[in-house]
Design a protein around this ligand. Structure first.
Ligand SMILES: NC(=O)c1ccc[n+]([C@@H]2O[C@H](COP(=O)([O-])OP(=O)(O)OC[C@H]3O[C@@H](n4cnc5c(N)ncnc54)[C@H](O)[C@@H]3O)[C@@H](O)[C@H]2O)c1
Length: 354
């Protein structure tokens, strides 16, 4: 079995590559990355220690995606993953990587008759509809109300039939457009494909920064005693996200790789769901407790572009189809990131202590 992981030096790609090699030492795992993400280069020694083959390449260039050996599976984890990226003046990188690069990757899959596991995002769902979800304001968080007017949302979270017909950010649009093309390739070029729309994924080896990787960013801020900031929604930090431990994502991908016929053609919402979710304010509390540090809190009333009050995945479809459900919660994630930073403090300081 040969698995190509694009974005293989990134947070998700490198973790999946290494876990695959640990679980299945006989598999050939290829990690392709252009090292665009600051800190992704730190994952290169880890990959080689675990026998993952690294290829320096850019998915925007079809010439970089020429492989001599057969490829059985492609896990598409190369992207500019920030929701705010591309909302400024120049969206070219987001579009060229997340959409053109995805198309190049689909063509590799067809050429090699490889099956594709596409990492998509909850951000395919339109901002205007996510803002219309009915929620109550509790002491520490926004909470989903049982009565909802939109389809695809209930107290169990957001399901795959949530409406899709309005704007969602350039990031979300490139991911949805890639999903649509992947399905076209599945139907017309007979390419196997499964799509996972994840909420926040977090854990060790995530190079958290202000616009992406909030859990790692929060832990790093507490570790190096730097202020944190609550933006928008009154500056209270009550925005909620579900958070999926990278080990739980691996369990799902592992299932999909080895039971592909059961998931081919499916689109799944997959996240921490009602089991693992946290508001920023609660995340601060967890960091205080686990790291034993508290830091200054800055409150900025103005919202950030693309922000939403809450997102919780309804995992019913993926659980029904695969039996998968997350087992590690937000507390486990903060704990594991803290240990990772503590054990690699010197190496991580230039990247995470900003
Ligand atoms: N982390 C999350 O919370 C999350 C949630 C939902 C979906 N996703 C999706 O999962 C995938 C992986 O995200 P991540 O969190 O690991 O991000 P990441 O930034 O850590 O990893 C992405 C990797 O892709 C590489 N890359 C960027 N542009 C490239 C290009 N043109 N060619 C080759 N490599 C390129 C980067 O250098 C980086 O190593 C993305 O598709 C993202 O949309 C992530």
């Amino acid at each position: 079995m040969t698995v190509l992981i694009t974005g293989g030096c990134g947070f998700i790609g490198s973790n999946l590559a290494i876990m695959l090699k640990q679980q299945y030492p006989k598999y050939t795992v290829l990690a392709l990355d252009n090292l665009k993400r600051k800190g992704s280069e730190l994952n290169m020694p880890r990959l080689s220690e675990h026998g993952v083959q690294f290829t320096h390449g850019d998915i925007r260039n079809a010439e970089d995606l020429v492989f001599d050996q057969p490829i059985d599976f492609i896990i598409d984890a190369a992207a500019e993953p920030s929701v705010s990226a591309g909302l400024g003046a120049v969206p070219a990188y987001v579009i060229n990587t997340n959409l053109v690069g995805s198309i190049n990757t689909l063509e590799v899959a067809v050429r090699h008759q490889a099956k594709l596991i596409f990492l998509s995002t909850s951000r395919v769902y339109p901002i205007e509809y996510l803002e219309k979800i009915a929620y109550a304001e509790g002491d520490t968080r926004f909470e989903l109300l049982p009565q909802q007017s939109l389809p695809g949302v209930s107290r169990n979270g957001i399901a795959e039939n949530f409406p899709l017909d309005k704007a969602r950010s350039i990031y979300g649009a490139t991911k949805l457009a890639s999903e649509i093309l992947a399905d076209e390739f599945r139907v017309f070029f007979n390419m196997g494909c499964v799509i996972n729309r994840c909420g926040v994924v977090a854990g060790p080896h995530q190079m958290g920064k202000i616009d992406q990787g909030v859990i790692a960013l929060w832990v790093a801020r507490h570790y190096w005693k730097k202020d944190i900031a609550y933006f928008g929604y009154g500056g209270q930090g009550k925005q909620v996200r579900d958070v999926l431990h990278i080990l739980d994502l691996f369990d799902l991908i592992d299932y999909q790789l080895h039971n592909f016929e059961k998931v081919n053609g499916q689109v799944f919402n997959a996240g921490g769901g009602t089991f693992s979710n946290v508001s920023l304010k609660e995340l601060t509390g967890m960091c205080n407790q686990i790291l034993g540090n508290s830091v200054g809190e800055v409150r900025v009333a103005e919202s950030r572009r693309g922000d939403i009050p809450l997102y919780i995945t309804d995992n019913a479809k993926v659980k029904g189809c695969t039996g998968w459900q997350p087992k590690r919660d937000a507390h486990d994630i903060v704990h594991d990131i803290f240990n990772w930073i503590r054990e690699n403090e010197k190496m991580l300081k230039p990247i995470l202590d900003v």
